[in-house]
Design a protein around this ligand. Sequence first.
Ligand code: MN
Length: 228
Amino acid sequence: MDYVFAPAPTPSVPVAGSDQRFAVRRIFCIGRNYADHAKEMGMAVDRSQPIFFTKPADAVVTDGADVPYATATENLHHEVEMVVALGSGGRDIAPEQAEALIYGYGIGLDLTRRDLQSRAKDKGQPWDTAKAFDASAPVSALVPASQAKPSPQTTLSLSVNGQQRQHSTLDAMLWSVPEMIAELSRLFELKAGDLLFTGTPAGVAALHRGDTFVAELEGIATLQGRIV
Ligand code: MN
């Protein structure tokens, strides 16, 4: 193929315990998936329709890498989230069929320019500049589902500079992973390489340059990094 310039490299994240990498196609995220977080944002808990948004695939930052403090914000927030990686896809997937699509699990941060998000919400504007910016999706190495699977009692947590900021069990999610996959597949054809950020519990707060963070999906995945 004769491109006018060299195509960008394929964004990817490592697979834990392997030399292989998981090539990222798209990043789908769900908003307000934990009642305690919806409440801290002053929003009603609403299960009538999930809120989806996306980030570009090249927003991923891999485990251990420095995360640049985002431009154009004075309130960069962390949102720790379980990340589900798809090994296959489809359209109109039934919740009972959804688990078969899952390649593996990880933990990530849905970094958010909270000031821009608040402004967008007030004006009824889209969230892209608040959510889909460069380096907005730090994500751990992925653990294949054949090796480890989270249970409803598995916890996700985040500490910043050694202090715990966020902590919840997965059973607090309003939309389960199979429900999220089913709903997304009515709106988008899902494919191998898709990452799903599954929502954050309460405790979101600001990050600053020099902060170090550790995010964990208990017994499965760990993500560490530093804001620079
Ligand atoms: Mn989020």
